[in-house]
Design a protein. Structure first.
Length: 222
């Protein structure tokens, strides 16, 4: 069996602001090429050698700030970033990233988002619930970490509450396992009864995302 290379260190920043329909998040649409081609994503990318810091998390924080500027023209304060979660995709993915996700409030003042039209083709400020609705309607394409992160924001009434919750909690680590049931992909994480063996039908606790064509569904026993 060929040994897989270690995941590439990466960082993502979820830029949020208060809106009339709840928390709004900045979504970027990548061009049609590459691993995440055509998807709507949060600003982010791999950690570069120039992203200095005392440890992995510190370097990811610097990378998240840099990516927000490069992809969206936003200047974020690294000290204003709150760790939200950590993600590693399944080994079936050819190029894997070990990604820290951060929450960041949109800076005050007249802040404009600018995209280069090359790597990033479009952007939008949308409520988390609206992005999820558009995915189920087939209007946008999302990766599972993006979907689960948006799902986690829906339950908070405003930015302050979302950041307070992330600050109080230990960042959750998601190491994904993918299985199929009747042609539908199911992403499972630790805490799901079927996680270790990849057995979707296993009795017991649930921690999974069922990715049916018409609607994605997050199942979690706790």
């Amino acid at each position: 069996m060929t040994e897989l290379p270690p995941p590439i260190a990466a960082a993502t920043v979820v830029v949020i602001r208060d809106g009339g329909d709840g928390i709004e998040t900045l979504m970027l649409r990548r061009n049609a090429h590459g691993q995440f081609g055509g998807m709507w994503v949060f600003p982010g990318g791999k950690v570069d050698p120039t992203d200095e810091g005392d440890d992995e998390l510190a370097r990811a924080r610097v990378a998240a700030v840099r990516e927000a500027f490069e992809e969206a023209g936003l200047r974020l304060d690294p000290n204003a970033l709150t760790v939200h979660s950590h993600w590693v995709p399944p080994p079936i993915v050819a190029r894997r990233f070990s990604t820290w996700f951060f929450l960041a409030p949109l800076p005050e003042g007249d802040v404009a988002v600018t995209v280069d039209g090359t790597e990033i083709h479009d952007h939008a400020w949308l409520s988390a619930a609206e992005v999820l609705r558009r995915r189920d309607a087939g209007d946008v394409e999302l990766a599972p970490p993006t979907w689960v992160t948006l799902h986690s924001l829906v339950r908070h009434p405003n930015v302050a509450a979302a950041i307070a919750a992330a600050t109080a909690a230990e960042p959750e680590r998601f190491t994904t396992r993918i299985a199929l049931v009747d042609g539908t992909r199911v992403a499972m994480w630790r805490g799901d009864a079927g996680y270790e063996l990849g057995d979707v039908a296993a009795d017991g606790a649930r921690h999974r995302l069922v990715m049916a064509d018409d609607a994605w569904r997050y199942e979690r026993s706790d």
